[in-house]
Ligand binder design. Structure first.
Ligand code: ZN
Length: 254
């Protein structure tokens, strides 16, 4: 089974289309939340995702706020402006669909689970080893895929720590830097926390859209990057009257 990993699309239709075109054959998609917010195409992105063969999906913090399920208190001014614009732009049908997205984590099978932030808190960020350890301790499956930070990363928990639950060591074997492909081989007895990056708003100084592919037969995760028409996405953001900074940051991947 080949799963296409889509996270943090953030209403960036150009980045999503480039990702889908570059991804090649896959069986089903796993969607890790934040379909909307920041970008100018919330409805087109939702329509596109709704048409995909999706095995599992969770909501992100921007989806929650845009759908009116959570307040804007945790957002900075730019995120607030963007989410308010998004809520007003959503069709009634897409608003209802967004508000019905499942809260993570969602367990897919015996090996894989997905979440937006962490398994223990959908809104928590995994930035360092300690965050990753907490997340891995709360994971119900050996391969936990997450998003939210917009930064690709791989955390591996190796035995005996994984088995005994004592003095665990996290080995950060990523992020993949500027290579277009980065392979993670899933070893038996190990636990993995993997972020394949953000499609619509990368923040690792690489402006290319970040996505992933999980091959359950080969036991591997591939983290990939693809160029897209950044200028088209920027033009739409500016034309929509969204904060200019949201257009600028796409070009630098920050
Ligand atoms: Zn996000």
């Amino acid at each position: 089974m080949r799963y296409l990993i889509l996270s943090d699309i953030h209403a960036n239709l150009e980045a999503l289309e480039a990702t889908l075109a570059a991804a090649g054959p896959y069986d089903q998609a796993l969607v890790l939340g934040d379909l909307v917010g920041y970008g100018a195409d919330p409805n087109a992105v939702i329509d596109r995702v709704r048409a995909l063969p999706v095995a599992a999906m969770v909501r992100g913090n921007h989806d929650k706020v845009a759908a009116g399920l959570d307040g804007i208190d945790g957002f900075n001014q730019i995120a607030r402006d963007a989410v308010q614009w998004t809520t007003a732009a959503l069709t009634r049908d897409n608003h209802a669909w967004l508000s019905a997205l499942p809260k993570g984590p969602v367990v897919l099978d015996a090996t894989i689970e997905i979440c937006h932030g962490t398994p223990f808190d959908e809104d928590m960020y995994v930035f360092d080893d300690l965050d990753a350890l907490r997340a891995l301790r709360s994971a119900a499956r050996p391969l936990c895929l997450y998003g939210h930070t917009h930064v690709p990363a791989v955390f591996q928990l190796t035995p005996p720590e994984a088995a005994t639950g004592v003095s665990a060591t996290i080995g950060l074997t990523g992020p993949p830097g500027r290579s277009a492909r980065f392979e993670v081989h899933v070893e038996a007895e190990c636990q993995y926390l993997v972020n394949c990056g953000a499609i619509g708003q990368p923040r690792d100084a690489d402006p290319r859209a970040g996505y992933g592919m999980v091959d359950t037969d080969a036991g591997g995760v591939t983290m990939l990057r693809v160029e897209y028409d950044v200028r088209a996405a920027q033009r739409k953001i500016l034309a929509a009257g969204l904060p200019e900074m949201l257009a600028r940051r796409l070009a630098i991947g920050r």
